[in-house]
Design a protein around this ligand. Structure first.
Ligand code: PRP
Ligand code: URA
Length: 210
């Protein structure tokens, strides 16, 4: 069964997303905001992680308390723009391992072209969070999920800052088991397959390449 999209509606996150969208926001502030939003997203993305009770000793007495149990986590940024989300998530989940997929969207064909892939050895046993600020046509996300599936990855989540309705439908059609998280579902795609209203070219705004 297709998993329902989780939309982050926290006021802090929505406020910061508005600052990210504004065209006058420069690279330094853009990077800081993407990092902050990613930390807030990680807080929600990990809400259902299982806990186990352990016994500890405080300076005052012995007690039982909770720690994370179950599957370990892998964060998979899609390069380039997904890199901007990694530090914010690692700040919240420092024990996570990080794999990388390098993909760019060919500006003419809009096909995703893979140029790099490297994952933790036990990727098949980890809870996976693919991170990329944009889900537009979904060509990039679908290619990345396909690569992960070929590496035996099973528990795959996709986290983005904004998504188009077309991108969401495409991922859900290709991989109904993948849980999608986003801070906004925008109105659609323009003639260049950019998300509208969106926030422009995520990689260029993060790294100042335009
Ligand atoms: C952007 C973005 C996504 C992709 C989304 O990357 O970060 O990866 O486009 O578009 P899609 O859903 O239509 O595939 P881009 O191709 O601009 O590469 P970059 O991150 O290296 O700038
Ligand atoms: N890639 C971007 O960086 N922005 C979009 O709106 C779509 C794809």
């Amino acid at each position: 069964m297709t998993k329902e999209v989780f939309v982050f509606d926290h006021p802090l996150l929505q406020h910061k997303l508005t600052m990210i969208r504004k065209k006058e926001t420069g690279s330094k502030e853009f990077r800081e905001l993407v990092q902050e939003v990613s930390s807030l997203m990680a807080y929600e993305m990990t809400r259902s992680l299982p806990l186990k009770e352990i016994e500890i000793e405080t300076p005052v007495s012995k007690t039982k308390s909770y720690v994370l149990s179950g599957k370990n986590i892998a964060i998979i940024p899609l390069m380039r723009a997904g890199l901007g989300m990694v530090t914010g998530i690692l700040n919240m989940i420092p024990m996570a391992k990080v794999g990388h997929v390098g993909l760019y969207r060919d500006p003419v064909t809009l096909e995703a072209v893979e140029y790099y892939a490297k994952f933790p050895k036990d990727i098949d046993k980890r809870e996976i969070f693919i991170v990329d600020p944009m889900l537009a046509t979904a060509g990039t996300a679908i290619a990345a999920i396909q690569t992960l599936v070929e590496h035996d990855a099973k528990n795959i989540n996709l986290s983005c800052l904004i998504a188009s309705p077309e991108g969401i439908s495409a991922v859900q059609k290709a991989f109904p088991d993948v849980q999608i998280y986003t801070a906004a579902i925008d109105s659609g795609l323009n003639e260049h397959s950019y998300i509208t209203p969106g926030f422009g070219d995520a990689g260029d705004r993060l790294f100042g390449t335009k």
